[in-house]
Design a protein around this ligand. Sequence first.
Ligand SMILES: [Zn+2]
Length: 262
Amino acid sequence: MERWICAFCGPTGEKRTKEHLWPASLHRRVVALLDGGEQKFWLARLDRALPNEPTIRDVCAICNNGELSKLDSYICEAFDRYFSIIRERGEQVTLDYDYHLLKRWLLKMSYNSARISGSDVPVFQPLIPYILGQNTSGGRTVRLFLDMTYPSNMPAEERQAGLPAIVRPEINRVGFLGYNAPTGSKVLRAVHLRSFSFLLAFLPSAANATSVQAFVAEFLSCRPSARELRASISRVTLSCNGIDCWESIKSGMAHRIDFKRA
Ligand SMILES: [Zn+2]
């Protein structure tokens, strides 16, 4: 049997699977929530503006149908309970979460996205055992934050045919979020599940507790509406006030980071 390298478990003779970036079970849920009129029209336009996400063919059937599919199941349940509902600006939002299932799924999505776009794949190599649920300590260098994306009133000068007057976070997106800190501009990975924007910060494995705390404090002072999610806590409450939906979509289209050149 042909041997090849599974992106998660390494050399294998198992069957390859073929998947889109977004799990079909989750994609179906998003599509089911779109109304048939204005939204569908404009999202179809947006879809054409965003680069096509090709399929992933480097994950074996054991990984894909085993541990990784458990993570997808968790996210689909959370989607039905929380992410399906689009939040208004200023609304108080409470999320109950399983820290490790949530973070492992977010890392899986980010790793898949990195392989598709040929970006920072090596960052994820040390995290694979954690993503597969083989340990919980491996994820320690990744800090997780939640910020909320609110619907945007389209500025009059940007209104054009086919765009709704209010742009709501209808779709799921994966990308980056940049912010300016006193110590320079920084970039976090972002996975947006409609109104919920999960932000992942990758810290050096050698970072000590003091420097990690300093990073978290600086990030939260730059983005006061965000909250850190932690393994010891399973509920977070925050105000939907962090990210302007239209600005976020535009910056996602305009600036895709080229890691090969950096
Ligand atoms: Zn595998």
